[in-house]
Ligand binder design. Structure first.
Ligand SMILES: Nc1ncnc2c1ncn2[C@@H]1O[C@H](COP(=O)(O)OP(=O)(O)OP(=O)(O)O)[C@@H](O)[C@H]1O
Ligand SMILES: [Mg+2]
Length: 297
């Protein structure tokens, strides 16, 4: 696996090697040679990911933001669901999936998942959706309502006017805010986001990116964020994982500049656009190499 660093300041963008994490540093998430074959041992057996290996270090007071890019069907959701411990992706067929040094056995409140389709409960109001996790954790009603209202405000919704609405009364962007609040109210140390902004218009998307950056800084969580939008991955990520087509494996890990300016501003700067161009070129190269391998096999 190639490990590269893409520094993306205004003046220049260059690729540099990235150092391997030292074995002494504790890891938040560690995949070692993880392979997932669905329906293994049957005639329908299909290997979605092969030998996926990566390590996210546990740095005091900072969570790393990982953007995940790769062609459709290369196993990105499979990787996220393995971290979450969600079946049938979990368990891996071979290899080890460790979270905070322990093998993943099942989902837990330390890992929050935000799905592309929002997955809010249709029969619950905004407030009831946001407080759901606290309700499951038996937090008393008064406290959980207060905390839910706080989170409704944090994601830019109105704690009075919007709290009583049902998901079908909300726009896509509003529903996505509810889904984010519902997950982050539990203060997960790891946030798993599977194409959460895919259905949003560009302006709403910029706003959601800014919101996510500020919430991420506040929670100091490690974030895995799948997207098909190269600009989004380069903007949000500290690091970008580039997957090959199925069976997916990480072919490049790129270090990119952190999102320290508003999304709309930074994503229109020349240095940033150059980084995006370089990542696109790498993705095309991976596609061509994969196509060559498929033709030869
Ligand atoms: N439960 C399952 N049983 C059998 N095959 C599956 C299952 N889940 C996923 N797959 C297959 O594994 C491959 C990887 O799926 P996955 O959903 O992880 O891809 P992805 O990279 O997230 O794709 P996309 O970008 O389209 O969301 C696909 O070919 C998919 O059809
Ligand atoms: Mg997917």
């Amino acid at each position: 696996m190639a490990r590269l660093e893409l520094s993306s300041n205004e003046a220049a963008c260059e690729l540099k090697p990235v150092e391997q994490p030292s074995s002494a540093v504790p890891l938040v998430v560690h995949f070692e040679n993880v392979t997932k074959t669905y329906d293994a041992g049957t005639s329908r057996a299909f290997t979605a990911i092969r030998d996926v290996t990566f390590a996210i270090e546990d740095k005091a007071g900072i969570g790393e933001f990982i953007g995940v890019l790769g062609p459709s069907g290369c196993g990105k959701s499979t990787v996220l669901r393995l971290i979450a411990g969600l079946a049938p992706q979990h368990p891996a067929t071979t290899g080890s999936v460790l979270v905070h040094g322990q093998p993943v056995e099942e989902p837990g409140p330390d890992r929050g998942f935000v799905f592309q389709d929002y997955a809010n409960f249709p029969h619950r109001t905004v407030l009831e959706n946001v407080e759901f996790g606290l309700e499951c954790a038996h937090v008393p009603e008064k406290e959980r309502r207060e905390r839910a209202r706080e989170w409704i405000q944090k994601v830019g919704l109105d704690a009075v006017k919007d709290a009583g609405k049902y998901p079908h009364q909300l726009s896509g962007g509003m529903n996505q805010r509810v889904a984010i609040a519902r997950s982050l109210i539990m203060h997960p140390k790891i946030i798993l986001m599977d194409e959460p902004f895919g259905a949003l218009d560009p302006t709403t998307r910029y706003r959601m990116q800014d919101l996510l950056v500020s919430l991420w800084r506040e929670l100091e969580a490690t974030v895995f964020f799948i997207t098909h939008d190269v600009s989004e991955a380069v903007y949000l990520g500290d690091r970008v994982f580039l997957f090959s087509s199925a069976p997916g494996t990480i072919v490049h890990q790129l270090h990119v500049a952190p999102p320290d300016r508003p999304a709309r501003q930074m994503q229109n700067e020349p240095g940033f656009l150059e980084s995006v161009r370089q990542v696109r070129a790498l993705m095309e190269k991976v596609d061509v190499e994969n196509g060559g391998k498929e033709a030869a096999s």
